[in-house]
Design a protein around this ligand. Structure first.
Ligand SMILES: [Zn+2]
Length: 162
């Protein structure tokens, strides 16, 4: 392993034990139901704080999280024992529940069924992080999406990860 790779692993929180070495990075995206632009600045802040805590509880290292008005991007570092359908369900389900029960919105926030997930190689991590953390810039003005499929599609549109 090169020095650079070692540095990257340290930075992004790769697990390493005596017998197991892994680097499992994923770019996860999910959308608001019907692609509605419901993620206001206030909701976004609550969501981010919640997801940070939830990931910790699930032993997921949350490398980056950013929101657009109608979808969420997360970069995760997982363990080999993580089962993706369960953890996505846990993140989506608990976050919308939390929003709907701990904020004073005039509407309920529901996530679209399904999600998009891509692997991120160590070499591509900086690009992926840059893309996620600059969501608002990449998407320009958000909230124009009218159909749910278009919501996730536009969310995925310029993803740089494979
Ligand atoms: Zn996006």
């Amino acid at each position: 392993m090169s020095y650079l790779q070692k540095q990257q692993r340290r930075r992004y929180g790769t697990g390493k034990t005596t017998h197991t070495d892994y680097a499992l990075y994923y770019h996860l995206i999910w959308a608001v139901e019907e692609g509605l632009p419901l993620i206001t600045q206030e909701i976004e802040e609550v969501l981010k704080k919640f997801l940070v805590k939830k990931c910790k509880a699930l032993e997921i290292i949350l490398i980056a999280v950013e929101m657009a008005k109608n979808h969420a991007h997360l970069i995760l570092s997982l363990k080999p024992t993580h089962y993706i359908p369960d953890l996505v369900q846990a993140l989506k389900g608990s976050s919308s529940y939390f929003i709907n029960n701990h904020t004073n919105m005039d509407f309920a926030l529901y996530w679209e069924r399904g999600y998009s997930i891509r692997t991120i190689s160590e070499m591509n991590m900086d690009n992926a992080k840059h893309y996620v953390l600059n969501q608002k810039k990449y998407h320009g003005i958000e909230g124009k999406t009218s159909s749910s499929k278009a919501g996730l599609k536009s969310a995925l549109g310029t993803t740089q990860t494979p």
